[in-house]
Design a protein around this ligand. Sequence first.
Ligand SMILES: Nc1nc2c(ncn2[C@@H]2O[C@H](COP(=O)(O)OP(=O)(O)OP(=O)(O)O)[C@@H](O)[C@H]2O)c(=O)[nH]1
Length: 376
Amino acid sequence: MSQPSSPERPPNAQGVPGQIPVVVLAGFLGSGKTTLLNHLLHRSGGSRIAAVVNDFGAIEIDAMAVAGALGDSTVSLGNGCLCCAVDAGELDQYLTRLAQPSARVDVIVIEASGLAEPQELVRMVLASEHPGIVYGGLVEVVDAAEFDSTRERHPEIDRHLGIADLVVVNKADRAADGERVLRTVRELAGRAAVVPATYGRIDPEFLFDCRPSEERIGQLSFDDLHDEGGHGQEREEGQDGHGHAAPGHTGHLHAAYESVSFSSEVPLDPRRLMAFLDSRPEGLYRIKGYVDFGVQDTANRYAVHAVGRFLRFYPEPWGRAEQRLTQLVLIGSGIDAAALAKELESCKEDAPHADEHSMWGVLRYVQAPEETDPDR
Ligand SMILES: Nc1nc2c(ncn2[C@@H]2O[C@H](COP(=O)(O)OP(=O)(O)OP(=O)(O)O)[C@@H](O)[C@H]2O)c(=O)[nH]1
């Protein structure tokens, strides 16, 4: 891969004059990609990071979670996996915007949705005609605690690990058998560097160093980056009979998944929401967003994350001019989207009155101080 360099741009952090590395950050739903990106944004020292954030659901929860740290150095692409919702030309336009010389960016990170096909994204970056950027490698984040069950449901995860340049085995604090997971990932990841992490806390240098060799790109473009149909045999669609595939996407991880987006200006009743969350169906793997509990806590909004059976709330002070709003995205396979939306509707409070006991259910799932992400 050789791209001409632009003479006016100073050498970037990787020492390649004029070219900005574009790193693809991928990993299954809830593995910790946004957490890792936020860590990098807070700990990158003098390096300037720009980001392209891609949400699967219609409400851009991930973009909200990184926007504060990035301002206009972020481009947000909601509603659909980047690998199918955007073509290479469009991606190029976004990269051009972020790579303007005046922004003096050292690295651009593309945070894929948790259901994107990483090889499609790598292919798009390699296809970029922008002379100022260069493919900077694929980082795969693995949820060590959910690794076995995710792999069972989605054997294609092995293929994703096989094409990565750096694998971050995240949630080391939650994994019952972290060492074994690490060994398995090392076997699957081939020549990639594999690092364990908690809350995505990796040395930012890894990001700049994960650049693939020319030889490896050659290997990828031939074996793994071929177009539609090349990975059709491994598809999950049809296995559980709940595929919601868009034409041409049938081999993709996201083919069998649906999302529900819910927004409400009426606060939610904490007891009703907890009853909903406690009885959430198996297929509903991921929930994320922000909840307004109205009079029950006027000072804070509650960020909520469910990943598999794991559930956490994170109270965060409302901004001074911030609109009080609940915004949730639910992602799952084999879910009844209409029924879930209806259930959420019925969680809205009807007659607001402060009741100190009503928050107890929620508070049981508030992160304990010893397990807190320092970059939140
Ligand atoms: N205990 C623990 N929780 C973590 C760790 N890393 C991330 N989390 C939590 O896992 C949840 C999901 O993290 P995110 O960073 O939003 O995951 P993501 O991969 O961006 O999610 P999607 O974009 O939906 O695929 C959040 O509640 C995080 O706080 C970790 O190392 N340990």
